[in-house]
Design a protein around this ligand. Sequence first.
Ligand SMILES: *Cc1c(COP(=O)(O)O)cnc(C)c1O
Length: 469
Amino acid sequence: MAENNLQEQMQKEMIEKDIFNQIKAYAFDYADKSLERHVFPTENAIEQLKIFDEGIPENTGNSKEVLDTLHKFGSPATVSQIGGRYFGLVNGGIIPVALAAKWLNDFWDQNTPLYVTSPITSKLETVAEKWLIQLFNLPKTTVAGFVSGSSMAILCGLAAARFKIFQRLNWDINAKGFINAPKIRIVAGRHAHGTVVKAVALLGFGKDNIEWVDVDNQGRIIFEKIPKLDENTILLLQAGNVNSGSFDAFNDICDMAKKANAWIHIDGAFGLWAAGSEKLKYLTAGIEKADSWSVDGHKTLNTPYDSGIVLCKDREALVSALQTTGSYVVYGEQRDGMLYTPEMSRRARAVELWATMKYLGKRGIDALVYGLHLRAVQFAKELSEYGFNILNDVVFNQVLVACDNDLETEATLKKIQELRVCWCGGSQWFDKKVIRISVCSWATTEADVTRSVLSFVKAREQISIKNNS
Ligand SMILES: *Cc1c(COP(=O)(O)O)cnc(C)c1O
C-alpha cells in the first residue's frame, strides 16, 4: 500500500469509528462470557495460540481482521480476572467506572512527564496524591510518584533512602556511585516480598548484605530479633504478608527505628489499604511513622493494571534520587510527574486511580476492603468445615489452606486448577505446601466463595479416588 493510502485509511478509521464499535462489541461479548466461563483457559484455547506464531507481515493488513484475530484467539486464552473466582497471586478486579475511564484515557493518549505535556494528568496526580495521604493518614510533607506497580514503587522508596543516607554521610551517590562508598545496612524480615529483594539487588546493595530478621508464625518480624539499628540503616517492613496477609507491628518497631534515625520503608502493596477500613485499620496503626511506603492501586483498590504508587515523606530525597543531576530539580507552580518517577514518558495512570477514588469515596473504599476480608473469612470457615486445614490467622484477605499432607495438598491444587471453577496458586508456608487464596476482587460474592469451596472438595475427592484405585 502506498504511504498516503495508509494515512488515508487510518484517517478514515479515526473518523468513521467502525473499528471502535467493533471492539466495543467484542469487549462486551468478552465481559458477558467471562463471568461464567472457565476461570483459566482450556487446553484447546491455549493450543490455538499457535496462530500467533508467524513472521512480521510484509504488507499492511486490515484493522478489522487484526481485531478479529485478537478476539477470536486472544479472548479465550485470557484468565478471567473480571469475574469473581480468580484467587491467584494477589491480583485485583476492576471497578467498572475505572475501566470506563480507562477507555476515555485511551483516546486522550497523554504523555505525562510534565505539566505542559498534560495539564489534566498533572491535576489528577496532585489530587490523587492528596487523597492517598489523607486516606493513609501520612505526614503532610509526603509526595507521591505514580509508577507501574509496587516493584517499581519499592525501588523508588529505597532509592530515596539510599540518597538520603549517603547525603548525610556527605557522599553524593548519584555522582560517585558505590565504589569506595560508606556502608549502608539493610534490615528485612525473612518474609519480605521477592520484589523487595529485587530492589535491593537492582540498587546495588547486594542481596547477600541483607540482615535477615526472624519472623513469627504469621510471618511478622519479631521485634526482639531486630539487630541494633543506626542512622545508616534501611529497615524494610511490610503491611500484608504475601502469603498470610499479616502486618508487622509498626508502632513499636517504628518508634525504635526512629530513635535510631534509621530509614523505614513499608511495602504495603495490597495491605496498606487496610487503613481505609474502620474495622481493619488497627492493622496499619503506626505506618505514619515510616519514611516511605509503596502500594498498588491495581490490587486491593481494583483499579486497572499499571498502577503502583511510591509515597515518600521527604520530597527532596525522592526527587533527588530519581534525577541524574541535582540542578535539574526545579519545582514549577504545577506538578511535573516525572520528578517523582524513574520514567520520563508514561501513560496517564492517575486517571483511573482518581476515577476509582472519586467514585468509591471513603465509604466505598471501606466497603470494598472490608468485603474482601469478609469473603476470606467465609472461605476459611467453609473450608475448615469440610476438613481442610487453615494455616494462618485470616486478618485480611489471604487464606492458606493445606490438606493432611504435602502430596495431597499439591494434587488437590492441581485438580482445582484443572476443574477451572476457580483459580488459586500454590505456595510454601514454613515447612508445608499450601494452596494460597487471595480474595482481591469486588466481584467475588458469597456464592462465588461457596462454589469455589465445593470445587476444592470435589478436587480432593477426585484425587483420593484416583489414589485408592
Ligand atoms: C504484589 C506485591 C508486590 C509487587 O507488586 P507489583 O505491583 O506486582 O509490582 C510487592 N509486595 C507485595 C507484598 C505484593 O503483594
